[in-house]
Structures are given as C-alpha cells and as structure tokens.
Design a protein around this ligand. Structure first.
Ligand code: HEC
Length: 148
C-alpha cells in the first residue's frame, strides 16, 4: 500500500500538463489529435473573420484561407472513435448518446465549409460574409450541443 501511494505521489505530477489537465496517455492520443485538428481549423477560420469584421478585406488572401479550410474540414472526425470519451476531452456525453445528431451537425459544417470556398471565388464581400456567418453558426450549434 505504501508503495502504491508513493508511486502516485511521484507520477501524478508527470501526468498533468502545464495547465493542470490530465495528460492524454491513450494509444494514438485521439483526444489530442482532434483538438489539434480543431485548432488548425480555427487558425484558418479566425483570420477570415478578422478580415470581414475589421478589414482590410483581401479577396485573394481570403480565398486562400477558405481553400485551406476546405482541406481541413475532414481532419477532426476520424479521432472521435469508440472509447475516446476520456479526460481531457471537452466533448459532452451527448455526443456519444446521440451519434446521429452529431453526424447531422458535422454534415452541416462540411457543407458550409465547401460553400464558403466556392463563394470566396466571387470576391464579393457581402456574399462571402453571409456564407461565413452560416459556417460560424455550424460551429456554434455543434459546440452548444456537444462541447463543454
Ligand atoms: C459537429 C460538431 C462540431 C463542429 C461543426 C465544430 N466543432 Fe469545434 N469542437 C467540437 C467538439 C466535440 C470539440 C471538443 C473536442 C474534445 O475536447 O474532445 C471541439 C473543440 C473545438 C476547439 C477546442 C480545441 C482544443 O484545443 O481543445 C476549437 C478551437 C474548435 N472546436 C473550433 C471550431 C470551429 C472554429 C468550428 C467551425 C469553423 C468548429 N469548431 C466546428 C465539435 C465541433
């Protein structure tokens, strides 16, 4: 018993990351992988929003970002396999209980990303802003239902 306590006292700090979250020790680190994929998505999504809200709006740069986002749209999903509901995930239990709803939400997102990449070709800021907002709404509604 003593040995066990010592073991945990020693290793527990190593299992916590800098921000105090439990480390992802699962094979292939699916939670870490999908979070990295979402980060990469927001790293492309956010600068487009900045262009639209604050400017300057650069149609060429915007199109590049929209196309890059289109390449990223499938990246998180393969990491939501069975047995991937474990800390430090921020996914809600609903995600595992209502897979059809999650899938529908995912499809909305995929469709909206593709649509934005097409509309971005027009260079028409007003149309692009509408399409961007549609996409933004798919992030929001999925997060509301499935992310803490
Ligand atoms: C179909 C559902 C769904 C859609 C659509 C979606 N997300 Fe998420 N997102 C999630 C879930 C679930 C998590 C939590 C993953 C985890 O912690 O295991 C997440 C996590 C994130 C994170 C946190 C990553 C981290 O470091 O923990 C960011 C940032 C993010 N999403 C951005 C976006 C953006 C931006 C969009 C839209 C362009 C978007 N997401 C669309 C479901 C979705």
């Amino acid at each position: 018993m003593r040995h066990k306590i010592r073991f945990f006292a020693f290793f527990l700090p190593l299992l916590l990351t800098a921000c105090g979250e439990p480390a992802d020790t699962h094979p292939g680190q699916p939670v870490t992988q999908r979070r990295m994929a979402f980060k990469e998505i927001i790293n492309h999504f956010e600068p487009m929003g900045v262009q639209l809200r604050r400017g300057p709006f650069d149609a060429t740069k915007f199109l590049t970002l929209a196309r890059q986002l289109d390449q990223l749209k499938e990246t998180p999903w393969s990491h939501f396999g069975a047995d991937t509901n474990y800390p430090p995930t921020k996914a809600k239990a609903a995600l595992w209980k209502e897979p059809e709803k999650f899938e529908a939400s995912r499809q909305e997102f995929i469709k909206a990303v593709s649509a934005l990449a097409v509309v971005a070709e027009s260079g028409d800021k007003k149309q692009i802003a509408t399409s961007y907002e549609t996409l933004h709404e798919t992030c929001r509604s999925c997060h509301e239902a499935f992310k803490e």
